[in-house]
Design a protein around this ligand. Sequence first.
Ligand SMILES: Nc1ncnc2c1ncn2[C@@H]1O[C@H](COP(=O)(O)OP(=O)(O)O)[C@@H](O)[C@H]1O
Ligand SMILES: [Mg+2]
Length: 339
Amino acid sequence: MKSTSMPRLSASRSPERRPPAITARGLAKSYGDKVVLDGIDLHIPEGTVFALLGPNGAGKTTTVQILSTLIPASAGQARVAGRDLVREADAVRAAIGVTGQFSAVDNLFNARENLLLMADLHHRSRREGRRRADELLQRFELTEAAARPVATFSGGMRRKLDLAMTLVGDPRLIFLDEPTTGLDPRSRRTMWEIIRSLVAEDGVTVFLTTQYLEEADQLADRIAVLDHGKLVAEGTADELKQQIPGSHIRLKLADADRLASAAALFTSAARDDEALTLHIPGDGGIPALRAVLDTLDRASVEAEALTVHTPDLDEVFLTLTGRPPQSGVTANSLEKSAR
Ligand SMILES: Nc1ncnc2c1ncn2[C@@H]1O[C@H](COP(=O)(O)OP(=O)(O)O)[C@@H](O)[C@H]1O
Ligand SMILES: [Mg+2]
């Protein structure tokens, strides 16, 4: 069980009421006989973070390429930023920013020149371009490195510059394809902070793909799990964790008598006489929790402690796809090994 120290971005908002940034129905993509995307549906409200989680080859980049008009779908419809993906492709392009899995940064230029080039592409005036470039360099803490050849940048600096370049066009919706893959834990944390600030301060919608369960858990309002071109699950991190067996409520009793009284109330529970605990199977949700507390109350049995065990996303992934994520390597375990 892990604790979430960061406040949820969605805590104070009700994303369901917002207009959708992306809706898709039956999106599919095949290359010859090879089915890469097998009919996926999406509904992503504005101002939220959506994570498409899946192992290598699941179809994440393909989904981003389709939704950002880079490649056509073989079937299905989608609306992105309020526009039809096919009939209004230009309007979609004007509203979005895409940061690809592989850097679009030009090594021959320095960071500032890269940003100015981008401003040019967006038809900004010289002056406005310079203002925006300097603002972004400052925001991403790249001001000191601005005049250095980009070839000398670390992976983390390069990703930041990549994202800064995307922001030059003031997109309302940003696609981030594996924004932290290959980064060290510290750069990953910095990137997470930046992504959070995009939503909190700029109000943009973020569609990100990741192989890291921890990343989806940390950032996303909603997560969809993609496996072999199909969405195998969708929900908040907590909802996904509750979907799979293994959730239970653990009651700790003060003594053997109280344990016996409690055990009589919850006949499906597993009992540990030594630890004085009961493990009551359940989804770990509030109604289940309330039912347990009510039952204890009615029988006047006092519990010393109550904890909810929900499986972590590694277990979720394993259950949904039948195999561990990315050969068992998650952001979490990477960070542990880096310490
Ligand atoms: N242009 C292409 N032609 C044939 N197969 C492709 C093409 N692009 C991607 N694929 C295949 O589609 C599958 C999904 O790829 P991709 O969307 O890049 O996955 P992910 O980003 O989740 O790793 C992979 O098996 C990949 O080999
Ligand atoms: Mg990819």
